[in-house]
Design a protein around this ligand. Structure first.
Ligand SMILES: NC(=O)c1ccc[n+]([C@@H]2O[C@H](COP(=O)([O-])OP(=O)(O)OC[C@H]3O[C@@H](n4cnc5c(N)ncnc54)[C@H](O)[C@@H]3O)[C@@H](O)[C@H]2O)c1
Length: 313
C-alpha cells in the first residue's frame, strides 16, 4: 500500500511591488520552497526581478534554483490568482497604498491574508477602503529582507487573531523573526526607536555640536557595537536603572523634541541632496564609495549574523 502524503503544500505567495523590498521578500519565500508571483506596473522593475534575485543569491554563495519558483506578472489579477498570502511593497504613499489595498482585497480570494510592508503607516490608515479588514495586517520587513531577521507583524484594531497567528507562523517557517506589535501605532516599534535616534543625530549637526562624520563615528564606535547583542533596555538594566534615572534627569530636557522633521532635513531634501543616490546627503558620496558602503553593510550583516551567540534573539 502506498503511503499517504500528509505534507502541507507550500503556500502561494504574491508580492505586489518589485522594488528594493519586493524582490527581496520574493527571494525569501522562493528560497523556502514557496511559489511566488510578483506584480509591478513598471516593466523595468518586473523584467529585472530574476536578475536582481540571482545577484543576491550569488553574493551569498547560494544556488539559484529558487529562481524558477518566481513568476512575474504585468497584471495584478494574474499575480493574485490563488494566492494564500499577499505582500504589498509599493511606494510609501498613503493614497497609493489605500487604492492598492482596495484593489488587492477585492481581487484576491476572500481568505487570502493581505499584508503591507509600509514603514510607518498604521493598518487603519492604509486599509481605509479594504474589503474584509480582518485579514489585513502590517508586516514590516527590514532591508535587505533576506538578511535582516526581524519582521514586525502589526495587528490593526480589526485584524483577527487568526490572521496574526497564520502570518507569524508563515514568517517563522521561512526563517524570519516575527514580533507581534499589538497596537496599531505609526512606526511600530523599531522605526520609532530608529527615528528618535536619527532626529537627535540630525539635531546635533543642525546645532553645530559636531559634524555628521563625528556623529556616525560616535555611534559606530560606542553603543552601536553593543546593540546587536544587548538591546537598549537590557543595557539599561546592565548599567543600573538608578544611573539611567540620573542621566535622564540631566539630559532629557535638552534632547530635541521638535514635533516634525527638522529644518536641516527639509533643506537638504529641497536642495536635492538625497544621500547616496544623488551623491550628497549629510556627506558626499562618489559612486564607488556608495557601492563600497552597500557591500560593507552586506558583508558585515552576513558575518555578524553568523557570529551571534545562539541565544541572542
Ligand atoms: N527601502 C527600505 O529600506 C524599506 C524598508 C522597510 C520597508 N520599506 C517599505 O517598503 C515599501 C517599498 O519600498 P521600496 O524601498 O521597496 O521601494 P521601491 O521604490 O524600491 O519599490 C517600489 C516598487 O513599487 C512599484 N509600484 C509603484 N506603483 C505600484 C502599484 N500601483 N502597484 C504595485 N507596485 C507599484 C514601483 O514600480 C517599484 O518597483 C514602502 O512602503 C517602504 O516604506 C522600505
Amino acid at each position: 500500500m502506498g503511503q499517504v502524503d500528509c505534507r502541507i503544500p507550500p503556500a502561494l505567495i504574491a508580492v505586489v511591488g518589485a522594488g528594493l523590498m519586493g524582490h527581496g521578500i520574493a527571494q525569501v519565500f522562493a528560497c523556502a520552497g514557496h511559489p511566488v508571483a510578483v506584480h509591478d506596473p513598471a516593466t523595468g522593475a518586473l523584467a529585472t526581478v530574476h536578475r536582481r534575485v540571482a545577484v543576491n543569491l550569488n553574493r551569498l554563495g547560494l544556488s539559484d534554483e529558487a529562481l524558477e519558483r518566481i513568476s512575474v506578472h504585468a497584471r495584478l489579477e494574474d499575480a493574485l490568482e490563488g494566492a494564500d498570502f499577499v505582500f504589498e511593497a509599493a511606494p510609501e504613499e498613503v493614497e497609493l497604498k489605500r487604492g492598492l489595498m482596495e484593489s488587492i482585497t477585492t481581487i484576491a480570494s476572500a481568505d487570502a491574508i493581505v499584508a503591507s510592508n509600509t514603514s510607518s503607516m498604521p493598518v487603519a490608515v492604509f486599509s481605509e477602503r479594504a474589503a474584509g479588514i480582518w485579514r489585513v495586517i502590517g508586516t514590516h520587513w527590514w532591508n535587505p529582507p533576506y538578511l535582516i531577521p526581524l519582521v514586525e507583524v502589526v495587528q490593526g484594531a480589526e485584524t483577527s487573531a487568526g490572521t496574526v497567528a497564520r502570518t507569524m507562523g508563515l514568517l517563522s517557517s521561512v526563517g524570519k523573526l516575527p514580533v507581534h506589535v499589538r497596537k496599531d501605532v505609526p512606526g511600530f516599534v523599531a522605526n520609532r526607536l530608529q527615528h528618535a535616534l536619527w532626529r537627535e543625530a540630525m539635531s546635533i549637526v543642525q546645532h553645530g555640536i559636531c559634524d555628521a562624520e563625528t556623529v556616525d563615528l560616535c555611534v559606530k564606535n560606542s553603543f552601536g557595537l553593543r546593540l546587536a547583542v544587548l538591546g537598549p533596555l537590557e543595557t539599561a538594566d546592565l548599567g543600573g536603572l538608578d544611573l539611567a534615572l540620573n542621566i535622564h534627569e540631566q539630559i532629557l530636557p535638552f534632547i530635541d523634541r521638535t514635533p516634525g522633521p527638522l529644518p536641516i532635513l527639509r533643506d537638504k531634501v529641497a536642495a536635492g541632496d538625497l544621500g547616496m543616490k544623488t551623491g550628497r546627503g549629510f556627506r558626499t558620496w562618489t559612486e564607488a564609495e556608495a557601492s563600497a558602503a552597500h557591500a560593507r553593510l552586506a558583508e558585515h550583516l552576513v558575518a555578524a549574523l553568523a557570529a551571534r551567540p545562539p541565544d541572542t534573539a
